[in-house]
Design a protein around this ligand. Structure first.
Ligand SMILES: *[C@@H]1O[C@H](CO)[C@@H](O)[C@H](O)[C@H]1NC(C)=O
Ligand SMILES: *[C@@H]1O[C@H](CO)[C@@H](O)[C@H](O)[C@H]1NC(C)=O
Ligand SMILES: *[C@@H]1O[C@H](CO)[C@@H](O)[C@H](O)[C@H]1NC(C)=O
Ligand SMILES: *[C@@H]1O[C@H](CO)[C@@H](O)[C@H](O)[C@H]1NC(C)=O
Length: 502
């Protein structure tokens, strides 16, 4: 089923700070969910129907006197399991709702077929349906953390082991992408007695307050000719943002607002920053998902940004091309106008009534654990300097009463607790694409001695691309990476079987 790959994008939720980026992810998920649903309804093979259920989890694993619980959603696919000793492949949910596709499509499903594995997947606490009533209230968000999430996985391991009478002979391997990729690595690191090996795709294991290297890699990828970028392209992007900034500085915000079809005129400095961030998000989202989601690609974006058409007014080309790109983006997203209100943005994030998007929860985790603020604080950033750290971190006190000055120590603790990008893990495979901005916070080099094969860096590949099933148009580097992952997983399972015979 070659078109199965589309399902995978549902699973590889990704970490963002910008609103447009978050929207691009959500739209990608919706489009793909539709496609996969159509594919599955055509599929009459009923053995493929996964089991869905809930497990009662303690709200606080680390305070056994707190007796509150929450229902955590899981999915199981038994179709490929070699009963009774076949391995168990655990798919870990991240910062968004999990669907049945987590056990139906993706490279881990392909590998489950090869290895006769039982497929199980767990939704992350406080996302999707796995949340208590009022879960988004600040006093309840205290139970949202990666540490609690790992403890959930441990309890889920026990639940599945009991349900299927599993023994030490059923070898567990964990999988995840992006934040969930980090969880996959950390689960193996913290619970080596539960999971034998872990694949961590595009996993930002190093927490970082000012993630300015994100925009640095975006600039580098826009320059990368192997994916359709060029130096001319980056230069054009840089000029375009400088032109918009200059226009705003001259007080032409009404015209700028009209040109970019903003929902309201960006009058305040905050709204202007919001506009520039939304425009930058189009580039970031495109680079991050290059050639995977099928919306914009780096090549298309660069052809728009370097268009030599005579139609553009001389001296204003860079600006006009960005206007055109924004229009193309709006058409694709079916948006009538570009949202630039900072106030609205805060209101959205402060809403505690609907859970679906996950944006508020994720923002909470950036304040308490990870940072990851994609700023333009580095000189190599091709966007606007107005996208600074301060505009991001001031939301932590506004939304959650988390003082700004506590952020550095929150993030330092995360790195202390997990080991950052120098983890002493064994049998954790870190997979990254070299055009993906998130690679800057992952493990991209092999270790020494025991850890000689721990990193795969895929040339010209985007965020979590390895997790998708193979497509006809995949690059050779990506195909080879998937084969390497398969070989390593197979080697782990063989090793484990041998260990158990002794
Ligand atoms: C697990 O073992 C129990 C008791 O031996 C048995 O009744 C049950 O059917 C087994 N379950 C599975 C899924 O094999
Ligand atoms: C270049 O711009 C012109 C005028 O806006 C447009 O007609 C043409 O399709 C553009 N070409 C590309 C490759 O975007
Ligand atoms: C967020 O909502 C809470 C509770 O409704 C309110 O007290 C607080 O002032 C709001 N914060 C912002 C920045 O709107
Ligand atoms: C790590 O080592 C393996 C096995 O030798 C190799 O295939 C892989 O390309 C190396 N990874 C990196 C990032 O150098």
């Amino acid at each position: 089923m070659t078109s199965q790959w589309v399902a995978m994008m549902l699973l590889i939720s990704s970490v963002y700070s910008g609103r447009v980026l978050w929207k691009m992810k959500e739209r990608a998920i919706n489009v793909q969910e539709e496609t996969v649903r159509e594919l599955l309804t055509m599929n009459t093979d009923t053995t493929l129907r996964p089991v869905e259920g809930d497990i009662r989890q303690p709200l606080d694993h680390f305070n056994r006197r707190n007796t509150r619980t929450f229902p955590q959603r899981f999915f199981i696919n038994e179709a490929y399991w070699k009963h009774p000793h076949g391995p168990v492949f655990l798919y870990i949910g991240g910062e968004g709702p999990l669907s049945e596709f987590s056990v139906l499509a993706g490279h881990h499903v392909t590998m489950a077929k090869q290895q006769g594995a039982l497929l199980v997947a767990l939704e992350h606490r406080f996302y999707g349906r796995s949340i208590i009533p009022g879960g988004l209230e600040p006093q309840n968000l205290q139970y949202l953390s990666s540490q609690q999430a790992l403890a959930d996985l441990a309890a889920f391991h026990q639940h599945i082991s009991q349900k299927y009478n599993l023994t030490y002979r059923n070898i567990w391997i964990s999988f995840g992408g992006s934040y969930a990729g980090a969880l996959s690595a950390w689960f193996r690191g913290k619970f080596p007695h539960l999971v034998y090996g872990a694949v961590a795709s595009s996993a930002p294991v190093q927490a970082k307050l000012d993630f300015s290297s994100y925009t640095t890699v975006v600039g580098r990828s826009l320059m990368d000719e192997s994916v359709g970028g060029s130096e001319k392209c980056v230069k054009a992007v840089w000029e375009a943002f400088a032109a918009v900034e200059a226009a705003l500085l001259r007080g032409e915000e009404t015209q700028v607002g009209k040109d970019f079809s903003c929902c309201e005129t960006p009058k305040s400095l905050e709204d202007q920053t919001e506009l520039l961030r939304s425009l930058a998000d189009i580039f970031m989202g495109t680079v991050q998902y290059n050639e995977e989601v099928g919306l914009l690609t780096i090549a298309r974006l660069c052809s728009i940004m370097t268009n030599q058409s005579k139609a553009y007014v001389e001296g204003k080309e860079a600006y006009d091309r960005l206007v055109r790109l924004a229009a193309i983006y709006r058409t694709m997203e079916k948006e009538t106008c570009l949202e630039v209100s900072y106030e609205k943005s805060i209101l959205d994030l402060n809403t505690t009534t609907h859970v679906s998007s996950g944006y508020r929860q994720w923002f909470y985790q950036t304040c308490t654990e990870f940072g990851f603020y994609q700023t333009c604080e580095d000189a190599t950033c091709p966007f606007s300097r107005m996208m600074n750290l301060q505009t991001e971190i001031q939301l932590c006190p506004l939304l959650f009463s988390i003082p700004q000055h506590t952020l550095p120590s929150n993030i330092a603790f995360t790195n202390l607790y997990y080991g950052g990008d120098q983890p002493q893990t064994q049998r954790v495979l870190y997979v990254n694409g070299d055009t993906d901005p998130w690679m800057a916070l992952s493990v991209v080099r092999n270790g020494t001695n025991k850890d000689k094969h721990r990193a795969i860096l895929i040339h010209s590949s985007a965020h979590c691309a390895d997790m998708n099933p193979t497509r006809a148009r995949d690059r050779a580097s990506l195909l080879q990476a998937r084969q390497e992952i398969e070989s390593l997983v197979e080697a782990w399972l063989k090793n484990a079987a041998q260990e158990h015979m002794i």
